[in-house]
Design a protein around this ligand. Structure first.
Ligand SMILES: CC(=O)N[C@H](C=O)[C@@H](O)[C@H](O)[C@H](O)COP(=O)(O)O
Length: 225
């Protein structure tokens, strides 16, 4: 399944409170259908309700996430086994988890979560990381793929946050790990996708805001004048 996404784009279809797409999973299904029509090779979606709805009409691999508070009360990507289990039940084909040191300092706990998803749910795990060290750690702890999702969003990477995708980080991770590396975060242009996959060696690329957040796309144009 991970192989089927090679050299493809994955569209992140997520609805947040305060945006017009929040509250009706059929809206994210329409987004995912649009992504399929446009040639996407996968979908990334948040929460069991959206995933269940997307799966009714969209025959693409779905990377499931569940952004929920962890035991500290901080919202992170798929904090625990239960939050992963409901995604599997809804039809997710791969589960993404926050694998940053900021959110999961405890290595044994992260390793246990990865193993539980792989063995009990029989699904592969995507590790969302923010730097090279976290990518190397995630591979060592058994993750099946690694994604640059959190680059620029942890306290220790926010100062180096790139305006567009962090291509340099993708290259460095590709050199250091053997599992597929997925570029994610701030992809805005078709040429960004080419750079990540053809030049930097990414397996595929996840695009969210620049496809599924029309208010942000509108603002980019509006700001131009
Ligand atoms: C940091 C974090 O929580 N990222 C989230 C992860 O699922 C989403 O809010 C992003 O939209 C997604 O990663 C895609 O990135 P972009 O929207 O930049 O194309």
């Amino acid at each position: 399944m991970i192989q089927t996404m090679k050299n493809k784009i994955i569209v992140s279809c997520q609805a947040w409170p305060g945006t017009p797409f929040y509250g009706d999973p059929r809206l994210m299904r329409a987004m995912a259908e649009s992504a399929l029509m446009g040639g996407a090779g996968g979908i990334r979606a948040n929460g069991a309700d959206d995933i269940r709805e997307i799966k009714t009409t969209v025959d693409l691999p779905v990377i499931g996430i569940n952004k929920l508070p962890d035991k500290r009360g901080v919202r992170i990507i798929t904090p625990d086994f239960e939050s992963a289990r409901v995604l599997a039940e809804a039809g997710a084909d791969l589960i993404a988890v926050d694998a940053t040191v900021q959110s999961r300092e405890d290595e044994a706990e992260l390793q246990q979560l990865i193993q539980d998803i792989q063995i009990r749910l029989r699904l592969p795990v995507m590790a969302d990381i923010s730097n090279v060290e976290e990518a190397v750690r995630a591979e060592r702890l058994g993750a099946n793929v690694v994604a640059t999702t959190m680059a620029g969003y942890t306290s220790y990477t926010k100062e180096h946050k790139t305006e567009g995708p962090d291509f340099e980080l993708i290259s460095r991770i590709v050199e250091q790990v053997n599992i597929p590396v997925i570029g994610e975060g701030r992809f805005a242009l078709p040429s960004d996708v080419c750079e990540a996959i053809k030049v930097r060696g990414a397996h595929s690329v996840v695009i969210g805001t620049s496809i599924t957040a029309p208010w942000e796309i509108t603002a980019r144009f509006a700001r131009a004048i």
